[in-house]
Write a protein that binds this ligand. Structure first.
Ligand code: ATP
Ligand code: MG
Length: 414
């Protein structure tokens, strides 16, 4: 019954995976807060125009990856494929432009109709940071440093490489674009069909093509670096100098471009060899044209997004569940007292497991299956004396603890 399968390219976050995802989000949020980035959340769907206009008519996302639908009111809507456009829309519609610069952190599901494979899903999740209203290279340096620090705190920094490039300012891009069009036109017989279409509308995108033939051609294409004007060169030099002063190593990759239309100057990716073909874990760049392109006031911006699934796969350690305290009534007569005790401990913030039935043996088994750190055993005799037997389930040692001292006693198991 296909309707009982998850939709192709989607997956359930069962507890073990959900814990890994949460660990990534919690660490990222905490580090982002250290850098002054505040959490926001935008809707999971937007008017399709928000993405069409900003990502560009020729981008992979707009041409073949968007989940778009008409709602019951006739509106054309799209499940967000990425976060930046929604954040920029929120800046404009929320009238936040007066408060620039603004620093945002967000996370959540994204949707792209892609061919599912390891590390590539149709519903996936991202953490994302955006810095709006900062035109200086200091902004680029800060968001990259923030990304690096999150990767460090996640314990994956030693397995990633920061690849860096510049796309220059508008003038440089126009100069390069002209050279690039000439080059590809001279070799148009070797271009893929997709890239032939890109040739007139967005030749830079050919640099990002995944087609093998295109890639061979791209390998010999003129380099962007040779067509940067002085201003773009200076900007990039300031970014690299800043990274060096912070001890953040990088590898220049003159072939690195971002898939979307609105990028300029700094483009970067943290990549790993540990995940096979889907090796980019965090990707970002400067998007000074985006907010104006949407109809808002000209606002420089820079940010990145990282795939949580890919980061979670890189995490070395398991993310263990909290070990509960098991409360175990010896007989039916103690069940009511066990329920009250359980509730009072839970209200005190202690994670407590209380089985729903069964004899002492069954309940002890359950405590072990739940990986409980201790069992609080309530028997008739103990109850009469106002105590409980507390058994340390790792050492097997057992002692009597007065009920009114139980909460303090259990603190050692946190
Ligand atoms: P790719 O070249 O792999 O298609 P992209 O340029 O489309 O990547 P971005 O839009 O930059 O990717 O997204 C940022 C990050 O989000 C990626 O580096 C990756 O970690 C993650 N990501 C993107 N698409 C997917 C997907 N379909 N499934 C899982 N993670 C994804
Ligand atoms: Mg993609």
């Amino acid at each position: 019954m296909s309707s009982l399968q998850p939709v192709r390219g989607t997956h359930d976050l069962l507890p073990e995976t959900a814990r890994r995802h949460r660990a990534v989000i919690d660490i990222a949020r905490r580090v982002a807060e250290c850098y002054g980035y505040q959490e926001i959340a935008t809707p999971i769907f937007e008017f399709s125009e928000v993405f069409k206009r900003t990502l560009g008519d020729t981008s992979d996302i707009v041409t073949k990856e968007m989940y778009s639908f008409t709602d019951r009111g006739g509106e054309q809507l799209t499940l967000r494929p990425e976060a930046t456009a929604g954040v920029a829309r929120a800046l404009i519609s929320g009238g936040l432009s007066q408060q620039l610069p603004l620093k945002f952190f967000c996370h959540g599901p994204m949707f792209r109709y892609e061919r599912p494979q390891k590390g590539r899903l149709r519903q996936f999740h991202q953490i994302d940071v955006e810095l709006l209203g900062v035109a200086q290279p200091l902004g680029d340096i800060e968001v990259i440093a923030l990304g690096a620090q999150i990767l460090r705190e996640l314990g994956v920094y030693d397995r990633v490489v920061l690849e860096l490039n510049t796309l220059g300012d508008t003038e440089s891009r126009q100069a390069y674009r002209a050279v690039l069009v000439d080059y590809f036109k001279a070799h148009r017989d070797r271009l893929s069909e997709d890239s032939l279409g890109r040739l007139e509308r967005n030749p830079l995108r050919i640099l990002d093509s995944k087609d093998e033939g295109d890639r061979r051609l791209v390998a010999e294409a003129p380099l962007f670096t040779d067509f940067l004007n002085d201003a773009s060169r200076d900007f990039f030099a300031a970014v690299t100098a800043g990274l060096e002063s912070l001890g953040i190593p990088y590898k220049l990759n003159p072939r690195l471009v971002r898939g979307l239309d609105y990028y300029c100057h700094t483009a970067f990716e943290f990549t790993t060899e540990a995940l096979g073909a889907q090796g980019t874990v965090m990707a970002g760049g400067r998007y000074d044209g985006l907010v104006a392109m949407m109809g808002g006031p000209a606002t420089p911006g820079i940010g990145w997004a990282a795939g949580i699934e890919r980061l979670a796969m890189l995490l070395a350690a398991e993310t263990p569940a909290i070990r509960p305290i098991a409360v175990i009534p010896v007989g039916a007569a103690e069940e009511a007292a066990a329920l009250r005790l359980t509730e009072s401990l839970r209200r005190a913030g202690i994670t407590v497991d209380l089985g729903y039935g069964g004899n002492l043996g069954k309940r002890m088994k359950r405590a072990n299956r739940m990986n409980a750190s201790a069992a609080v055993i309530l028997g008739e005799d103990e109850q009469a004396r106002g105590v409980a037997a507390v058994r340390d389930l790792d050492s097997g040692e057992q002692e009597e603890v007065p009920l009114n001292a139980l909460r303090d006693h259990l603190a050692r198991y946190r």
